[in-house]
Design a protein around this ligand. Sequence first.
Ligand code: GDP
Ligand code: MN
Length: 381
Amino acid sequence: MDLYEYQGKELFRRFGIPVSEGRLATSPREAHDAAVDLGTPVVVKAQVLTGGRGKAGGIKLAATPAEAEHHAREILGMDIRGHVVRRLWIERASDIEREYYLSVTFDRGEKKALFMLTTEGGVDIEEVAVDRPEALARLHVDPLEGFQPYQARRLIYEAGISDPGEQKQIMQIVEKLYSAFVGCDAMLCEINPLIVTPAGEVRALDSKFTVDDNALFKHPDIADMRDPEAVPSEERFAREKGVTYVKLDGDVGVLGNGAGLSMSTVDVVNFVGGRPANFCDLGGGGDAEGVVDALEVITRDPQVRSIFFNIFGGITRCDEVARGILEALDRLDMSRYPIVVRLDGTNAAEGRAILAEAGNANIHPEATMLDGARRAVELAA
Ligand code: GDP
Ligand code: MN
């Protein structure tokens, strides 16, 4: 789960990482009052779950409360790379002398946490990594040994930070960031920029914080930070129905049983030149209820033109899935959608016989995954 900047900063604050004081605002009036409260100048910052807000015009300095209100009116409702701004973070403005970059994430290859630090912050870190890789200091932390202070010293030295005051503060920040990363079961904690003020104070000016979904049960307070409005409406509906669903951009609705088969199905649709509309895992069952729920979710996407059921019966029995599909078609109006069904594995012959007997012109049986994908792509055209 990705957190908004202000939520990440709240966690930073809890772990003792210095941040600026700020207030949340959802209207121009609240932005005005926050600016009065904080004292001007302030920065008005769009809260969206994507980066590059500054370049997109989502971050504006305001010298007076009236100006904060004016900027808030312009930024609220703005679309930043497909994310509509509904919340603003009003923060006491900082004077910036230098912008650094600090992050900790997983290096899956090394099976260790990886810190990255560079004095070339503020910009896209991917650009620094490509253009000036030597400017990016890296440090692995072994999860069994844990974090050792000498490691932070080495990281800071390698990044070329020589001012003793900065070194001392960044040492503390690195250590606290590691505590936040482990303590919150995060997958990424990124500070870009980590600023140095003219007075020599180091502070986190931005936050990108991603928490492992599978650990949220341990952190109910973080789980509560989720903004249901930030999730695409089809995905929200799927979550309500308990369907495992990810929306994609194509027109072939995909339904498999099991995450592996469903992902392979998405790949095969691509392979034969089609574009999958979604990933959807029917799970182990295949009963009518599950099929109805999944079809309801998939057909909410107006881009869907055909549907491909790709079922491999293991524990799941193909005859049961076939009955589930027929019952679902009785309950839902699916006449707009050609449905390709590939059944294989346990009781496949029985399943195919059931579909054949039903004689539904909407159903197009295919024997293999590849043929099924080809057919579904043709039918979507
Ligand atoms: P991003 O564009 O989404 O990464 O948003 P950031 O929070 O990183 O802000 C982008 C840029 O806006 C920063 O790199 C700063 O240059 C500038 N900025 C943000 N907050 C302040 C502030 O308090 N004072 C000043 N002078 N600039 C700021
Ligand atoms: Mn940033």
